[in-house]
Design a protein around this ligand. Structure first.
Ligand code: ADP
Length: 479
C-alpha cells in the first residue's frame, strides 16, 4: 500500500477525511441530484403558467375571426409580454410566439421567426389535446438548446390559437449551477472544519505516542532516569503509567545488577588478596620454617574453601535466576530432614551446640525438588550453628499445617537486630556484628535459601530477638 502514509497523524487524518468525504460527499450528491430535478421541474412549471397567463390575456386580441386580427397590435402585445418576462420568475427573457390553429406563426417577439411559417411541434400537439408538455430542443434561430411549452387560446367555441413560450436552457442550467456551487461551498467548509478537528484529534492520539517513542529511544541510549508524563486517551495514558513502572523496574534491576557484580567482586577479592599475601609469605619469610609454613597453608586452605563456597553459591543463584526447570516430586520431608541432621553431626560436635530434631516420622508429602529443599534447610542449620555460642541449642522441627508443611530451624544464638531483619534475605547482606567478629560468611546463604524455597512455591520467614535467638520457618505447600 504505497499510497497510505506511514505516520500515525497522517493516517488518522486520512481516515477521518475519507469518512467525512464519503458521508458528507454522498449526502451532498444525493441532495444535489434531488434539488436539480426540483429546480428543472419548477422552471418548467413556471414557464407553463406564464404561457397560460399570456394565452388568457391574448384571448380578446385574437378573437374568433382570424381576418379581423390586428397584426400590429398582436406584435406589440407579444413584444410587451416578452419584455415583461425578462424580470419574471425565470430570471431571463422568454420568446413569445403566437401560432394560429393551423400552427402557422402569427407574431413572435423574435423578429427572425418568420410569420406564416408552420410550426408543428410536440408542445402544440399536446396543447391541442388539452395537456401541457415541455420539450428541450435545438433552436434554429438562436442556435442553442431551448425549453418550449405551449398553451391554447380558447375562443368562444374552439381553440383559436396557441401561445408558445421558450427560454434558453442556459437559464435552467444557471440555477442548477448556482445550486451545485452552493452545495460545493458548504461541502468545502465542512471539509476544512474536518481537517482542523481531525488534526486536533489525531494529534491528541499521536503526540503522547510520539513522546513515548522518543523517551524509550532515550532510555535505550542509556538515559535510564527518563520518564514520560502520562497523557492522552485512557489507554495511552495507562500505557504511559505502565511504561514508567517498567522503566523504574528496569532501572532497579540494572542498579541491582551493578551492585551485585560489585559485591561479588569484593567478596572474591578479599580472600584472593589474603591468599596472595600468604603465598608471598610462604615463598619468602616462611620458606625455611615448616611450622609457620604449615600454619599459612592451613589458612590458605580455609580461604580456598571459602572461595569455593562463594563461587558455588553464586553459581547456584545464577542457575535459579535463569529459572531452569528442576524436576519436582511428591516427597516426604521427614527422612530428608533426619538425613540432613545426621550429615551435620560433625558441626554439632565442633560447635558444642546441642541439636534437637523434632520431626514427626511421617509428614504429608510436599511437591518439591529434594535437593533444593535440602540445600535451603542446610543453609539455615549452618547459620544456626554459626551464630549460636557454645552450650546453646538448635532445634530442627517440622509440622503439618492445614495445607502446607512447616519446617523450622530455631536457635538460642545471638539473634538479629530488628533494623537488619528486612534485609536479611538480600544478597551479600551481613549483619555488622557478624562482619566485625570475622564470622566467616558471604551474605549469600539466606538469599539462596529464599530463592530455593520460592522455586518450590514455598515461602520463608524469620523471627528474632537479639541476644535470645532466632527462628526461621519454611512453608512448603502439600502435594
Ligand atoms: P552469611 O554467609 O553471612 O551467614 P547469610 O545470608 O546466611 O550470610 O546470612 C546473612 C546474615 O544474617 C548473617 O551475616 C548474619 O548476620 C545473619 N544471620 C543469619 N542467620 C542467623 C542466625 N541464625 N542467627 C543470627 N544471625 C543470623
Amino acid at each position: 500500500m504505497r499510497f497510505i502514509p506511514h505516520g500515525l497523524t497522517s493516517r488518522l487524518l486520512l481516515t477521518y477525511l475519507m469518512l467525512v468525504l464519503l458521508s458528507v460527499g454522498g449526502l451532498i450528491v444525493w441532495t444535489g441530484v434531488r434539488l436539480q430535478a426540483a429546480i428543472v421541474e419548477q422552471q418548467q412549471h413556471n414557464l407553463g403558467i406564464q404561457a397560460q397567463l399570456v394565452a388568457n390575456a391574448l384571448r380578446d386580441a385574437l378573437g374568433d375571426e382570424p381576418e379581423k386580427r390586428d397584426r400590429v397590435e398582436l406584435q406589440s402585445l407579444v413584444d410587451s409580454y416578452a419584455q415583461a418576462s425578462e424580470s419574471g420568475v425565470n430570471g431571463g427573457r422568454a420568446r413569445v410566439t403566437i401560432v394560429d390553429d393551423h400552427l402557422r406563426v402569427l407574431a413572435s417577439s423574435d423578429q427572425r421567426v418568420v410569420p406564416g411559417r408552420e410550426h408543428n411541434h410536440t408542445e402544440f400537439q399536446a396543447a391541442r389535446s388539452g395537456y401541457e408538455e415541455h420539450e428541450i430542443r435545438w433552436d434554429e434561430y438562436e442556435k442553442q438548446d431551448r425549453l418550449f411549452v405551449a398553451s391554447p387560446v380558447q375562443g368562444e367555441h374552439d381553440v383559436t390559437a396557441f401561445v408558445q413560450l421558450s427560454i434558453s436552457t442556459e437559464l435552467l442550467y444557471d440555477s442548477v449551477r448556482q445550486m451545485w456551487l452552493g452545495l460545493g461551498g458548504v461541502g468545502g467548509i465542512i471539509l476544512a472544519l474536518t481537517v482542523v478537528v481531525s488534526l486536533v484529534l489525531a494529534n491528541g492520539i499521536a503526540r503522547p505516542i510520539q513522546k513515548l517513542t522518543r523517551t524509550s529511544e532515550a532510555i535505550a541510549n542509556g538515559e535510564l532516569e527518563r520518564r514520560v508524563a502520562p497523557e492522552g486517551p485512557d489507554e495511552i495514558e495507562r500505557l504511559g503509567h505502565s511504561f514508567n513502572q517498567m522503566t523504574e523496574r528496569l532501572q532497579e534491576l540494572i542498579t541491582r545488577e551493578k551492585e551485585f557484580a560489585g559485591n561479588a567482586a569484593h567478596e572474591l577479592r578479599s580472600p584472593l588478596t589474603s591468599l596472595r599475601l600468604r603465598l608471598e609469605l610462604v615463598q619468602n619469610a616462611a620458606r625455611d620454617n615448616p611450622i609457620v609454613t604449615q600454619k599459612y597453608l592451613e589458612q590458605m586452605e580455609s580461604e580456598v574453601r571459602h572461595l569455593q563456597r562463594v563461587v558455588d553459591q553464586l553459581l547456584a543463584l545464577a542457575e535459579l535466576e535463569e529459572g531452569a526447570h528442576v524436576p519436582r516430586t511428591d516427597l516426604d520431608p521427614a527422612p530428608l530432614l533426619y538425613d540432613l541432621a545426621d550429615e551435620l553431626s560433625p558441626l554439632v560436635r565442633e560447635s558444642e551446640v546441642e541439636m534437637r530434631v523434632e520431626v514427626a516420622v511421617h509428614l504429608a508429602p510436599v511437591h518439591a525438588n529434594p535437593e533444593q529443599v535440602r540445600m535451603a534447610v542446610r543453609n539455615l542449620l549452618e547459620n544456626a550453628f554459626k551464630y549460636t555460642p557454645p552450650r546453646g541449642t538448635v532445634v530442627l522441627s517440622a509440622v503439618e499445617t492445614s495445607d502446607s508443611v512447616e519446617i523450622a530451624v530455631s536457635d538460642t544464638g545471638v539473634g538479629i537486630p530488628s533494623d537488619a531483619l528486612p534485609h536479611i534475605f538480600d544478597r551479600f547482606y551481613r549483619v555488622d556484628t557478624a562482619r566485625r567478629n570475622h564470622v566467616s560468611g558471604s551474605g549469600l546463604g539466606l538469599a539462596l535459601a529464599k530463592m530455593l524455597v520460592q522455586a518450590n512455591s514455598g515461602s520463608i520467614s524469620v523471627e528474632s530477638q537479639p541476644g535470645k535467638g532466632s527462628i526461621f520457618r519454611i512453608q512448603l505447600p502439600q502435594s
